[in-house]
Ligand binder design. Sequence first.
Ligand SMILES: [Zn+2]
Length: 301
Amino acid sequence: MQQLLRIFIVLLLCATPTAVQAKVNVFACEPEWAALAKEVGGAKVKTFAATHAKQDPHYIRARPSLIAKIRRADLVICSGSGLEIGWLPILLQKAKLGVQPGAIGYLMATNIVPILEKPAVVDRSMGDVHPEGNPHVHLNPNNILLVAKELSIRLASIDTPNAGFYQRQLSSFNTQWQQNIKTWESNASVLKGKTVVVHHRAFSYLLNWLGMNAVASLEPKPGIPPTTSHLEGLLQQLKASPADIIIRTPYEPSGASKWLSEKTGTPNLVLPYTIGGDAESRNLFTLFNRSVNLLKGTNHD
Ligand SMILES: [Zn+2]
């Protein structure tokens, strides 16, 4: 009898791992949303980032390995507003019903936050990749708070037994994040009013938050590579009215910004843009720390 009891206990112990509840599979289009899902979902989610910091999220191939990942997704979190128009719809054809547009598992950050540079009329002419406004919303930390809240609601709805857990995670993230926003804003106060030339309008939300002014883009239109005539025009513009910094992302070519920097003497800077954009930007907190510090490093007043 005792022998039987021992066998029973052993069987029970072996069975325990399968009784552990499956994690929520989160498919994030960009590293920043994967990082946010980790903050809000903690150990209850399994996160996958479809792209990395050295890839331009506008131009990704819907390759089979991404299809394999999205098939298993319980929640898809992306920027939206056309950023992933060239690849996400293709991937979604193979995904579950619960992550299709309109479903609880389909979360687009641009549906949650206020959008900058929204045109009065949607216009995709001349290759403009921001026809619905600027989709690079994650670089304003206040937007991160709004998306975090929505994400916790969606996770609680998908994984109801752990609803309380997601709420507590959100609350602890909120407290920590808000403290950091105060620190970043006070550290960056010297940057207010500084003028910036960007390669692509990837930093509009960061600059807008910090009170900095984007005075020009190296691209004649979002998604159109710099042309000689456009750059010559910019050179004349900066000669008449110098800018403080030229910035670009780690995935953009350096040629145009280096050329303009050499011609004008304006410092030329690569900001991490997202998680993994440089060695220090390992999570959302260090991404913002690093971005503010790099911008401040160019401040020699
Ligand atoms: Zn863009």
